[in-house]
Each structure stands twice: as structure tokens, then as C-alpha cells.
Ligand binder design. Structure first.
Ligand code: UAG
Length: 533
């Protein structure tokens, strides 16, 4: 791991589950009620009515969940799909909330600011109540159907190699200067996001990389943030259960490239959607990919268990980039991070050093085994395109005559329409083990049946092992030393939920299960060897 830039001020290393509002990560300022009202009035959309509370009343921290309110909080009553924050005012008051943000007057003695839409205020007021940390940071936003986490980690590595202390927020949580926090979402709700940015500024960060999910862009979690560069890693069907149509899904991601939201774009143009985005963007765009018109062009690559090497060409000539990341899927992630470093003025030699220093993010083509045992690859792939790429990567890692064993499931209550496509991508494997990936209250057998539709006509033997732990163990046990076992869908995740109540989640870490299966396999060999003596 590369050394930290000088500006970074390491904190006592701790990992906290970030639930926002002074969880000890950062001390938030007390903000006068009159200042809150003033900032709220900057948000277009209609009248702002203040009732109760003197100008000198102060509040600390913007909280959207009554269960996270601490004394002094401003509680934002957000209307949601399953609940309405307005109904939780008594609980927030009991927890010490100092004031309320509402979209209709509520029967409470607490001072209230009534606005047209509470959600539209979360960005601007989240920033104000966190001390406007984004004003001290230069931001990079990263979006795309696949590769956001890896590309964000690579961009952070490049910026730190360039000498800037850089934080990152995304699917794996938030990290800065050796401290990390868990987050519930890839892109946190605006109040938490700004508090994480404040913690980064406190740690000496000059820059931050933020993973921008399409849902976050759609519901406004990043409103009010201005990015120096926005990165688009690629596109395929996903999250249609939220967006409804592919066009809406794409339009949400395209919002990260609007004028006023970003100063420049880096866009992977290897697919039609990326080309469309680059063609229509109103900000300067650096095109990345294998096409002849790419500004940063991929000339060639090779990958294996030891890592990936990419040959790039840009306006400074040819560059050979090496990375410990495994798999062809990272070729354009590396090229996009290279392009982002160039746009931000990082010298090519520092970009190369930064890319070489970034370890594979958890659960992104995590490689185990080998050395006489099957290789196991654990990856987050959960879309048909990402699965196809993951199977290609697994194929690249097989020994002579080796086979690819795929352990496949699909998460319940999400993107049902992807399941047939996942089954179709699975046909490229030599053997398929269908299993559970967290049914979230759906019928697991029905989920597997939808995957099987895509597998129809496949020559690969398909075996159903409902228990995920047993499926991984069986696949490792059936694999030969030249084979690769590919476990997809969950990557870094360690909680498996088969009901609709998060409290029922059980611990299950795919890499842990695979390592145990490999060790057992290896132990048997020794045992066998023992018996032979
Ligand atoms: C679709 C979506 O984004 N849903 C988010 C939304 O849920 P919701 O609208 O249903 O909220 P709700 O449960 O009805 O609650 C309404 C309000 O009442 C509040 N409340 C609720 C209960 C209570 O006791 N007290 C209280 O104050 C809630 O905090 C909330 O502010 O607001 C909630 C509170 O902030 C989020 O936790 C929830 O994310 C859920 C967990 C989720 O799964 N989101 C996913 C779809 C998501 O956002 N994924 C993206 C993309 C990931 C990727 O790229 O793969 C991400 O950025 O993570």
C-alpha cells in the first residue's frame, strides 16, 4: 500500500457504522436557525415558512431518521416509499431534536421550517449543517453500471500518488487517511455524505472521490455538489425496478455530466450508451476505450492471477500500465483512472505509480487458492454483462484444460428481469451451481427457476444446491487443480438475508467459505498423503 500523502492527518484507526450526526467521526458546528432558513430559501420550488424558534436558536446536524436523532438535531421529515418521517416527530422530539424540517405543519412544540419538498433541501441543508465541507474539497464523481468501486479506488490511488490526500465514499464505505466508516448505501443520503466529507477535511483531505449511483442521482442525494471531473465507466441494464426504463436509468447517470454539476467528463465509449453520453455532453469530455477516436486509447492488455497490464496511448505517447487487479474487466477501469489523472494534471509517471499501488478492492475479483489447488474468484458481478466479463476472467485464469465452475444466484426483491440474462451469461461456464443469494422474502426456488430460463439449452451441467455455503463448498470440492471456481453476486458482502426483516440477516462471507473449502480440500490431500505413507 502506498504511503499517505503528507497532508493526510491519520486519525485513530477505527471503523464505525456511519449512521450520521456526530457519531464521533466529526464534530459538527452549531448553526443558527436564521441561517438554516436563509439557506432553505436558496432552494427553488416554492415558499419557506418558519414557525417558532428565535434567530439565536442553534441546531447541530441534519438527521433523516428519528432513530438517529441526538440532542440538538434538526430532524428532516422525509416522505418515503414505506414510511413518512412526519409520523416519527414524537420519537425525534423525545430524542432531543431541536427543530423540524417539514412539508406540512405538524402538531409539535418544536420550531418548524415548512418547505415544498423536504428531500430537495437535504443537499443544501446537509452541506450547511456539516460546515459546507465540499467548499474545501475538489471532487471527482464516478458512475456506471459496473466498475464504480474499482475505478473510484484507482482514481483515489492516482490522486494520492500525485501528492493529494484523498478520501473516497462508495459501496465499500468511506475511507480517508487510514480511517474507514461503513455506510448503508453506495451513495449515502446527503446529510451523511456531507458529514463524511467534513470528516475527510478534518483528516487533511484536499480531494474526494464519490461513487454516484443512479438512484442517488435520481433522488437528489448529490444535489449541491460540484465535481471537477465526472467519470462514466460503462452501461448496461440494471436497477430498472427503481428507474422503470433503460432510458430513465441512463438519464439518471447522465445527470452527473450536466453543466453546473461538473467541469469535465471522462467517458468510456466502448458501448453505445457511453458514445451517446460523450456526444451529447456539454462539458469537455475525454473519451476512453479501444475505439480509434478515443483520447486515451487501449492498444492492448493481458491479465492473469498476478495482475493486469494495459498498453495505453494518449497525447503524450504510449504508456504501459501495470496493476495487481485481476481480470479483463479492469482494463477500461484502469484506462478511465489514467484519463482522470491526466485531466487533473497528475504527471504520467505518478499516475502509473498510483495505479500499480492500488490493491484489489474487497470482493472485486478476489483471487484465492492456486498452487496445486483450484483457483477461486469471488466477484460482485450481478448484471448479465458483468457476469459475462467475470466468466471471461475466470477462463483467463484456468490452467491447461481447466474448467470454469460458476456458483450463481440472484438477490431477491431486486431486478427480476435481469435473472434470465444472468442465466444466459452463465452458459459460458463449464459447470453451474445454482444457489441462494439472499431471497429477501421471495421464494428461492422461484428465483432459481428464472435463472434456469436463461440456462435452457446450455451444455453445461447445472446442479441446484440451495444452501450457499454448501454450494461453494461443493463446487470447490468438484474442481480440479487447473479449474477455476467463480462465485458471483455478493463480492464483499457478509450479511445474507432471506426475509424482509434486516434483523434476520446471517453472516456469510463468500471468500471465507471458499477459503475454508480450499483448506479442507488441501487438508484432505495431506491426509491422503498421510494414508499413502
Ligand atoms: C429506493 C431507496 O433508495 N430507498 C431509500 C429510501 O427508502 P424509503 O424512501 O423507502 O424510506 P422509508 O423507509 O419509507 O422512510 C422514509 C423516511 O422515514 C424515516 N424514518 C423511518 C422509520 C423510522 O422509524 N423513523 C424515521 O425517521 C427514514 O429515515 C426516511 O427518511 O430512504 C431510506 C432512508 O434514507 C434508504 O435507506 C432507502 O434505501 C434503501 C435501503 C435501499 O436499498 N436503497 C437502494 C435501492 C439504493 O439506494 N441503492 C443505491 C445503488 C446501489 C448500486 O449501485 O448497486 C445506493 O446508492 O446504495
Amino acid at each position: 500500500m502506498a504511503s499517505l500523502p503528507d497532508r493526510c492527518r491519520p486519525r485513530s484507526g477505527r471503523r464505525a457504522c456511519w449512521s450520521g450526526s456526530t457519531l464521533g467521526a466529526v464534530r459538527l458546528p452549531w448553526i443558527p436557525w436564521s441561517e438554516v432558513e436563509r439557506r432553505a430559501r436558496t432552494v427553488p420550488g416554492g415558499p419557506v415558512t418558519r414557525s417558532g424558534g428565535a434567530d439565536e436558536l442553534t441546531v447541530r446536524g441534519l438527521v433523516t431518521d428519528s432513530r438517529r436523532v441526538v440532542p440538538g438535531s434538526l430532524f428532516a421529515c422525509v416522505r418515503g416509499a414505506t414510511s413518512d418521517g412526519h409520523r416519527h416527530v414524537p420519537a425525534a422530539a423525545a430524542a432531543g431534536a431541536a427543530a423540524l424540517l417539514v412539508d406540512r405543519p405538524v402538531d409539535s412544540r418544536l420550531p418548524q421550517l415548512c418547505v415544498p419538498t423536504v428531500r430537495a433541501q437535504l443537499g443544501p441543508l446537509g452541506a450547511l449543517l456539516a460546515g459546507d465541507p465540499a467548499r474545501a474539497l475538489r471532487l471527482v464523481g464516478v458512475t456506471g453500471s459496473n466498475g464504480k468501486t474499482t475505478t473510484s479506488a484507482l482514481v483515489r490511488g492516482v490522486l494520492e500518488a500525485g501528492g493529494d490526500c484523498t478520501g473516497v465514499v462508495g459501496t465499500l464505505g468511506a475511507q480517508v487517511a487510514g480511517t474507514s466508516w461503513g455506510t448503508a448505501l453506495t451513495t449515502p443520503e446527503a446529510p451523511e455524505l456531507h458529514e463524511l466529507l467534513a470528516a475527510m477535511v478534518e483528516s487533511g483531505a484536499q480531494r474526494a472521490v464519490v461513487e454516484a449511483s443512479s438512484i442517488a442521482l435520481d433522488v437528489g442525494r448529490m444535489d449541491g455538489l460540484a465535481f471537477q471531473v465526472s467519470v462514466f465507466t460503462g452501461f448496461e441494464e440494471d436497477h430498472l425496478d427503481h428507474h422503470g426504463t433503460l432510458e430513465q436509468y441512463w438519464a439518471s447517470k447522465a445527470r452527473l455530466f450536466e453543466a453546473g454539476r461538473t467541469g469535465a467528463g471522462v467517458v468510456v465509449t466502448d458501448d453505445l450508451w457511453g458514445r451517446r453520453l460523450a456526444d451529447q455532453a456539454v462539458v469537455p469530455v475525454t473519451r476512453v476505450g479501444s475505439g480509434a477516436d478515443a483520447d486515451v486509447r487501449v492498444l492492448g492488455w493481458r491479465t492473469g492471477a498476478a495482475g493486469t497490464e494495459v498498453l495505453l496511448a494518449d497525447d503524450t505517447g504510449g504508456h504501459r500500465v501495470s496493476s495487481p487487479l485481476v481480470g479483463r474487466v479492469h482494463v477500461t477501469n484502469l484506462a478511465a483512472a489514467w484519463a482522470t489523472g491526466r485531466v487533473l494534471g497528475v504527471p504520467p509517471d505518478r499516475i502509473a505509480a498510483g495505479l500499480a499501488a492500488v490493491a484489489p478492492p474487497l470482493g472485486r475479483n478476489t483471487v484465492l487458492g492456486g498452487r496445486g489447488r483450484p483457483v477461486v474468484v469471488v466477484d460482485y458481478a450481478h448484471t448479465p454483462g458483468a457476469l459475462a466479463a467475470a466468466v471471461d476472467t475466470a477462463r483467463d485464469l484456468t490452467g491447461s484444460g481447466g474448467r470454469v465452475h460458476l456458483v450463481l444466484g440472484a438477490r431477491g426483491r431486486r431486478d427480476r428481469h435481469k435473472r434470465q440474462g444472468l442465466g444466459e451469461s452463465a452458459r459460458a461456464a463449464d459447470r453451474v451451481w445454482l444457489t441462494n443469494e439472499g431471497s429477501h422474502g421471495e421464494d428461492p426456488a422461484a428465483i432459481r427457476a428464472e435463472l434456469r430460463v436463461g440456462l435452457l439449452g446450455s451444455t453445461a451441467p447445472v446442479r441446484t444446491v440451495p444452501d450457499r455455503r454448501q454450494a461453494i463448498t461443493a463446487a470447490v470440492g468438484a474442481a480440479g487443480p487447473a479449474d477455476v471456481v467463480l462465485v458471483v453476486g455478493r463480492g464483499h458482502e457478509t450479511r445474507l438475508l432471506d426475509t424482509t426483516d434486516p434483523r434476520d440477516a446471517v453472516h456469510l462471507d463468500d471468500a471465507e467459505v471458499a477459503a475454508t473449502a480450499l483448506a479442507t480440500l488441501h487438508a484432505d490431500d495431506e491426509d491422503l498423503h498421510g494414508r499413502a505413507c
